[in-house]
Design a protein around this ligand. Structure first.
Ligand code: MG
Length: 238
């Protein structure tokens, strides 16, 4: 291995990545999975079209996922509740169907492989210079297949989900757990993510540097170590 062959202009050794919406194209993959489910279960008998189904699910999922992160909803309930509520809004009260859709969604979605543009180039570049890890709030059993299917799993030494550590970002303990697993010091670590609160302010409060991947140019007045619109810009920073 020629890990130290390349010149680096900083003191970082460990780069921690968020997964969903930072590397793995969550929006695209979610839509693909929901379209499969819509066709498979002939949901056009309930919803006017697949777009309406997807938009309604997306809204309900955001709302319920938030409750899950706050500990107000268990994972088991979240899995089917997001479909149950979506069906109900279109006049279909059917918990068994919601449960079937919930299971199928978690089985299909991690098999989708759309990545955020520039993911492979960035990981190729960074993996020759740094040790890479994932810190994710996603479910353990879906995050690993996502990485494997999209063929980026080999880039990462540690994949720490909140189910594994017991803490959701932005909780400082989610970062503390990951750094201790990676045997990384704070001053040699940097966090890259798309979520200002969970990834960036979480990392900042914990005491490590941050790169905010902000493709939608969300406005804010936070002091962040680096901010990029495009993953490839990270190559100029690290
Ligand atoms: Mg994310």
């Amino acid at each position: 291995m020629i890990l130290n062959f390349f010149y680096r202009h900083n003191a970082y050794n460990h780069v921690f990545f968020d997964l969903d919406r930072t590397l793995w194209d969550f929006e695209q993959n979610m839509r693909d999975a929901l379209r499969d489910i819509f066709a498979e279960h002939k949901l056009d008998s309930i919803f006017p079209d697949s777009t309406t189904f997807i938009e309604s699910f997306d809204r309900n999922n955001h709302y319920l996922w938030d409750k899950y992160l706050k500990g107000e909803l268990s994972k088991d309930v979240l899995r089917y509740k997001r479909f149950e509520v979506t069906l109900e809004q279109f006049g279909c009260k059917n918990t068994p169907l919601a449960k079937a859709l919930g299971e199928e969604y978690l089985a299909i979605m991690p098999l989708k492989t759309a990545l955020v543009p520039g993911t492979h180039e960035l990981l190729e570049y960074l993996s020759e210079r740094y040790i890479l890890h994932i810190i994710s709030n996603g479910f353990q059993e879906v995050q690993l297949p996502k990485l494997q299917r999209s063929n980026i799993d080999h880039f990462f030494r540690w994949v720490i989900t909140s189910e594994y550590s017991g803490y959701h970002k932005p909780d400082k303990r989610a970062f503390g757990f990951a750094l201790s697993k990676a045997n990384a010091r704070k001053n040699e670590s940097i966090m890259i993510g798309d979520d200002l609160d969970a990834d960036i302010l979480g990392a900042k409060n914990f005491g490590i540097d941050q790169i905010f991947y902000n493709p939608k140019k969300i406005l804010h007045n936070q002091r962040i170590t680096y901010e990029v619109r495009d993953l490839k810009e990270i190559i100029r920073v690290l």
